[in-house]
Design a protein around this ligand. Sequence first.
Ligand code: UDX
Ligand code: ADP
Length: 497
Amino acid sequence: MSTSHSDILPSHITHDISNIRLNKPQLRICCIGAGYVGGPTCAIIASKCPNIQVTVVDISSERIAGWNSDALPIFEPGLDEIVRKIRNRNLFFSTDIEKSIQEADLIFISVHTPTKSYGFGTGRAADLRYVEEAARQIAHISKTDKIVVEKSTVPVKACESIKTILKTNKHRGVNYQVLSNPEFLAEGSAIHDLLAPDRVLIGGDETVEGSLAIKKLSWIYEHWVPKEKILTTNTWSSELSKLVANAFLAQRISSINTISAVCEATGASVSEVAKAVGLDSRIGNKFLNASIGFGGSCFQKDIYNLIYLAESLKLEPVAQYWLQVIKINDWQRERFAQMIVQNLFGSVSGKKIAIFGFAFKKDTADTRESSSIYVCRYLIDEGASLHIYDPKVSSDRIYLDLSEQTGSTERDLNDHVQIANEPYEAAKDSHAIVVCTEWDEFAKLDYELIYSTMQKPSFIFDGRLVLDHDHLMSIGFNVFCIGKKPPKNQFTNQSPL
Ligand code: UDX
Ligand code: ADP
């Protein structure tokens, strides 16, 4: 079903739109893919460039309906206000992919590129079928010249494939320039990251036409990004830089997580070590928070992508090096689950455990690759009864993720998983609270009240180092966390596990 701009407009703002149509936009952008990257990126472009018309399209009519409603399909702090202000002014969400491509001067490809789950490269290579489909659509529809911009994170040389598809399927006389412009936003801080990026990276052909296309894309960002922060490279450098940036960030987390295990065994504190190390300006203090492991749709996928590239290039030591970052991440998740079982006297079977947080990080409802899923799976395997609370993740999502992870039907899961509407309900009668996501609200709860409703002895396992452990211990909790040896007066290592 296609939707024209006037179809989706409430009558009271039709006037604004007619103004926009009268004042011809300087540039028309079509963004294919209305997801975590496409939606926020286009919202910021449209808000900073009133002279540009931006239309975000998607094959999912449900997603587009969401973007055109008061309940946006993704939660991102600050996004609602921006979208509300400019939607149907110069920012449009539509299922009319054909019309939007036809009209556009510049097209962002912003579709998902998950890890392949079939055939050659299973579990390693990026699945590029959505990118390919988008490229074929562009070639099939376009009757005028386009700049095609790859925004999704892709393996090196993906732009080359897009170029080939466009070239071999194009209408006569149509010219394409293909650019790589990876997005570095992080979920939860997407608006800030887009408004004040560390850099904008644009890769393109080293030809006259390529330079002109780069200039045009750069002109868009120059509406709000200082010119010196816009970096231009050749296409391959741009594609590889995105993978490497994510790999380096993930590597820091795995590095500090290995040290968290050393701290637990020696009496050092991982927060203190991270602070001392991070004060070295060559190292820097960011991304050194020990945790139950990194999640999200990017880190693991992009490292596998890099591993696959290294393997394809017969660079086995390089592949092995990066594989270790993922192995440590898996190990950290398992280690944390073991810490819980071990300290709950060697068994969680039949015990109620409150899980605080299911999203892969705070300030998002996204659960892709969330470490919480893995910790829950280990505890379910041990027979625990989980009561899960997350301020933003829906119960449907939680059941879906856990049934995928455990291979159980949602009905079978009901014996092991309940969803709580608030944290006090989740904690009531439980043996332990397990903090899996660092939501701010978890630090502000009334833990004296919570303690009074829990089984004794009461345990807290802080997988994110966000609670006041001394205060919790003064209430009577036994507190265990990543990266710190538990004090001697607690029930500890009760099991020979
Ligand atoms: C990441 C990159 O940061 C971003 O530049 C890229 O465009 C997409 O991938 P995102 O996955 O949204 O962004 O979130 P990020 O803030 O990087 O966190 C990823 C995971 O690492 C989360 O699970 C987070 O909790 C974890 N993390 C992060 C830590 O465990 N410790 C840290 O110090 C930082
Ligand atoms: P990301 O996190 O990379 O933004 P998402 O999965 O959130 O990824 O969003 C990708 C979006 O792209 C989805 O909403 C999906 O429906 C959409 N999509 C995939 N292929 C196409 C296509 N050929 N045309 C239009 N939209 C597409």
